[in-house]
Design a protein around this ligand. Structure first.
Ligand code: GLU
Length: 280
């Protein structure tokens, strides 16, 4: 069975990009060329008649740059201040770029404690449905300015999988600074082999994602695999690919063999509330 071919028929797609994919590694400043390509790709998915939701990291990275921090924000207040500045800047750029292609970007900031609340979660689902019905492109991030360590999603890999489950997406694409899943860490083991397709996430595979990579994001392979577990159990296929060139988005959606593909494995007893209460 060609799983990749079937991606062409996906109707509701979540795309998650990491902070390292939208900033210049040399300076930490925002990479406008890449953002421009990202937005054009997403607008084109809309033009195909599909629903698209962007989960964008980068609030803290962009805010840190705006303030002139050369270090990672150390404490919670510093981090939250950076996020407050960076999130607004990021949305300003997104709004501008999306409107150039005639599309509306909408900001959705989420926290874990509002998602645990049944009424808030239902409201969030209704808002997403309404935004999509209106033809808007929701841009999601964690509400870093108010979430605190104990109750945060912590990383946008997990958040994007939760959004996928919340809106019943059929496809989640995680773009970061890694190519996909290997049998071992390819930076340390030259014999590590790339894994093209994962049909089911067993314990052995789950244990493969040790160690993180970059200086700006929070998610390593472990968080990507736990995101894969959530997304596939909720019924969405998932691809992890390198976000170095955002043109991969339309290539993935055309069924090209890019990144690692995780086949959906919808569980009858999948309840988002269980995930929210047990995760993190
Ligand atoms: N919410 C964080 C930010 O926008 C990013 C978290 C993550 O990259 O996983 O900076």
């Amino acid at each position: 069975m060609n799983y990749r071919e079937k991606i062409k028929d996906k109707k509701r797609i979540i795309i998650k990009i990491g902070s390292s994919s939208i900033t210049h590694p040399e300076t930490g400043a925002i990479n406008l060329t890449k953002l421009e390509i990202l937005v054009r790709e997403l607008c084109d998915i809309k033009n195909m008649g599909k629903d698209v939701i962007l989960v964008s990291s980068g609030a803290i990275a962009v805010g840190r740059q705006a303030i002139g921090f050369h270090h990672r924000p150390k404490n919670v207040a510093e981090k939250q201040a950076c996020a407050a500045i960076g999130q607004a800047q990021l949305m300003m750029i997104y709004q501008k770029l999306f409107s150039e292609y005639g599309h509306q970007a909408a900001q959705v900031l989420m926290t874990k404690n509002t998602m645990i609340d049944n009424l808030s979660r239902r409201n969030a689902t209704n808002t997403f449905e309404e935004l999509l019905a209106l033809g808007a492109i929701p841009i999601v991030n964690e509400n870093d300015t108010v979430s605190t360590y104990e109750i945060q999603f912590g990383d946008n890999d997990t958040l994007s999988a939760i959004v996928a489950a919340l809106v019943g997406a059929d496809m989640l694409i995680l773009l970061s600074d890694i190519n996909g899943l290997y049998t071992d860490d390819p930076r340390k083991n030259p014999d590590a082999e790339f894994i093209d397709i994962v049909e089911s996430l067993d314990d052995h595979l789950m244990s493969m994602g040790k160690g993180s990579g970059s200086d700006v994001g929070t998610g390593g392979m472990a968080t990507k695999l736990s995101a894969a577990k959530i997304a596939t159990s909720s019924g969405a296929d998932m691809v992890i690919a390198n976000g170095d060139d955002f043109h991969v988005i339309h290539k993935i959606l055309q069924g090209e063999k890019i990144g690692t593909f995780f086949h959906e494995n919808a569980k009858e007893d999948f309840y988002l509330i269980d995930v929210l209460e047990n995760e993190g």
